[in-house]
Design a protein around this ligand. Structure first.
Ligand code: SF4
Ligand code: SF4
Length: 154
């Protein structure tokens, strides 16, 4: 009895899959010939030719926000370094003459191989100097070292 029920469910699942296949293929074929071009078949996005719009809240790759003079807004306070749960941010501070700023990052590095994209660094920054709003989500490198990213632009 149980095996008949299993067989019936397998056939039912196969029928659903086949129905989706033929419906999607019909829409794709019609679209190919310019008929009902607005109607999409499968919801699959043809990445990388097509890209889905990211939510404004999406946490993509990091960037350092510049001041009006082009220098990074970061004051090398190390708060992001302290709060990062993956311990993947490294900042080397350098002094600057401007008494309003005092310090700047001589080196600002994130090891994206270890980053968990929690966004804590963005939340912790007191001067809104680091953001994850680049919209860039591609993250691949031939080696782990290739994921070590300098944000200071040097
Ligand atoms: S997103 Fe999270 S894990 Fe990645 S660098 Fe920022 S604090 Fe660290
Ligand atoms: S990015 Fe913000 S939190 Fe991190 S060192 Fe610079 S000023 Fe401090």
């Amino acid at each position: 009895m149980g095996s008949w029920r299993n067989l019936r469910e397998i056939l039912r699942g196969g029928g659903i899959t086949a129905r989706h296949f033929f419906v999607n293929m019909t829409f794709h074929t019609l679209k190919l010939f310019g008929v009902r071009a607005s109607k999409r078949g499968a919801v699959t996005i043809q990445y990388p030719d097509e890209r889905k719009e990211l939510s404004p809240r999406h946490r993509s790759l990091h960037r350092l926000v510049p001041r009006e003079n082009g220098q990074p807004r970061c004051v090398a306070c190390m708060l992001c370094v302290t709060v990062c749960p993956s311990e993947c941010i490294s900042v080397e501070a350098a002094e600057v003459d401007d008494p309003e700023v005092q310090k700047t990052p001589a080196r600002f590095v994130i090891d994206l191989d270890r980053c968990c994209f929690c966004g804590f660094c963005v939340e912790a920054c007191p001067v809104d100097a680091i953001r994850m709003d680049t919209g860039e989500i591609r993250l691949a490198a031939p080696s782990r070292d290739g994921l070590i990213t300098r944000l200071d632009g040097r």
